[in-house]
Design a binder for this molecule. Structure first.
Ligand code: DLL
Length: 447
């Protein structure tokens, strides 16, 4: 089902004309209302009418997270706080959060793009949505909540955590759709398995997962273990929250960007030059219709590529590939750029391993060392009849040694460098409790 067919299937030439119009209005709007942008225009010697359409966008500088921080809390808002309807904050571990504000119209837009996303993911009016994204300052919970309600679903606002209770509610309420992070989907799958419930024993058919990087390996695992077709949902608080883009359940090859509202560009991470369609680079987004916190060329830091090839689902909206990682999550190990998702994909080819891993970075003298801790599957651990995976145990067991060597070879094949692999017993690598899972442990500052 397509929630807003007029917008989602608009001929691309009409869409471009609409983007041009909206961009002109945006340039005038921010120039008039946001001193930060007015100064930017002045610095560049530009008047708002220099921006006639999308083709002029590269003339404008990027907006970065630091700009939001420097204008903490409300100085980038384009309307007085009294006219705001809701305030969220972006996740961040240290220092002051990034604050985002929504007018009533923005909250309405947020609900509509989330309703679009849910519909893309297979949801329909009348279905129950088990919404396990965190509620609170994080945009995931409330975003999908309003989206589900707007679509006409019955939303269960479970939020994250209390996994046993969540499983009980999935068994008793019989939801058709679940929304949560991909890592939490696996935490739920594990709890279901512990209780002896297989995918055929639950009612779920669709899972809308996102908020953290994931891979095709995880997709297969989630599909099989929950008995669903899962789709990627992407977004960030600064732009609106979830609902910037979502995959269609029919094709699941790239997430349709709601580009009548969020204009995407892909730029070179080092030079900021706009790259041609299909190239991999940093995603930059411009909000075309947001009132409270309009942003021009926001540097997301997320690495992906775009494709406007026609899609079998009938939507004309451009598609973005699964996010490879954030440019600032990229690890440089002995000079090689490494994204955790590359390691995840490499490990996914080794069937005796489970998709639970952690990357530990240390520094020996001046050299960075990367240790990949990965769990063996429960089945394999039963076959080798080993419960504790100490280094000595692994050394003493030829099956484990061979498995460790294969895992190492798979990673070397992908990255071109060797890393240390440590096999872990099932259920010993930390799981998601509902929020975003931190897979990289950087101990280099301790060295
Ligand atoms: O994570 C919004 C969201 C909620 C998206 C629920 C999807 C589902 P922030 O907390 O501001 O907002 O974090 C945004 O998370 O820049 C990406 O680095 C990462 N991210 C979000 N969705 C995906 C995804 C929400 N599908 C940051 N794949 C973004 C990979 C994602 N990374």
């Amino acid at each position: 089902m397509i929630f807003e067919a007029d917008a989602e299937t608009m001929p691309r030439s009409d869409l471009r004309a609409l983007q041009d119009r909206r961009l002109r209005a945006l340039a005038a709007y921010v120039h008039e209302r946001v001193p930060f942008y007015r100064h930017r225009f002045e610095e560049m010697g530009l008047t708002p009418d220099a921006i006639q359409g999308v083709a002029d966008l590269p003339r404008l500088p990027f907006t970065r997270k630091a700009d939001l921080r420097d204008n903490y809390p409300f100085d980038l808002f384009a309307v007085p706080v009294a006219e705001m309807n809701r305030i969220h904050c972006s996740s961040g571990t240290t220092g002051k959060p990034t604050v985002v504000g929504y007018t009533r119209e923005d909250v309405d837009l947020f609900a509509r793009v989330c309703a679009r996303s849910l519909a893309m993911a297979g949801a329909e009016p009348g279905m129950i949505l088990h919404n396990a994204y965190g509620y609170g300052l994080f945009t995931g919970g409330l975003g999908l909540h309003y989206g589900g309600e707007r679509l006409g679903m019955a939303v269960v606002p479970v939020s994250g955590g209390m996994t046993e209770r969540q499983v009980m509610m999935i068994m008793d309420f019989r939801p058709t759709v679940i929304s949560c992070t991909p890592s939490y989907a696996l935490t739920l799958a594990q709890e279901l398995q512990r209780q002896g419930v297989g995918p055929e024993g639950i009612s779920l058919r669709y899972a809308v997962v996102g908020a953290e990087p994931w891979t095709e390996t995880m997709r297969t695992e989630i599909d099989q273990r929950l008995g669903v077709r899962c789709t990627n949902i992407y977004g960030l608080s600064e732009i609106i929250g979830p609902g910037v883009s979502c995959e269609c359940v029919e094709v699941r090859q790239g997430s349709h960007v709601n580009e009548d509202h969020f204009l995407p560009e892909i730029v070179d991470p080092d030079t900021g030059q706009v790259l041609p369609e299909g190239s991999e680079g940093v995603l930059v987004l411009t909000t075309l219709t947001k009132q409270g916190l309009p942003l021009i060329r926001y540097w997301t830091g997320d690495i992906t590529s775009l494709s406007s090839e026609p899609c079998a689902c009938g939507r004309t909206l451009t598609r973005m590939a699964l996010i490879k990682g954030r440019s600032d999550d990229m690890l440089i190990v002995r000079g090689i750029n490494v994204y955790p998702t590359q390691i995840e994909s490499a490990l996914g080819a080794v069937t005796e391993l489970a998709p639970h891993y952690r990357l530990i970075l240390t520094r020996q003298h001046t050299l960075d060392e990367l240790e990949v801790q990965v769990e063996v599957s429960e089945e394999f651990s039963r076959t080798v009849a080993v419960e504790v995976f100490s280094d000595e145990m692994v050394e003493a067991n030829e099956h484990l040694r061979a498995l460790r060597a294969r895992a190492g070879a798979a990673i070397r094949g992908t990255l071109g460098i060797g890393v240390t692999v440590r096999l872990m017993a099932p259920r010993t690598v930390p799981r998601s409790e509902g929020g975003k899972l931190q897979r990289v442990v950087d101990q280099r500052h301790l060295a």
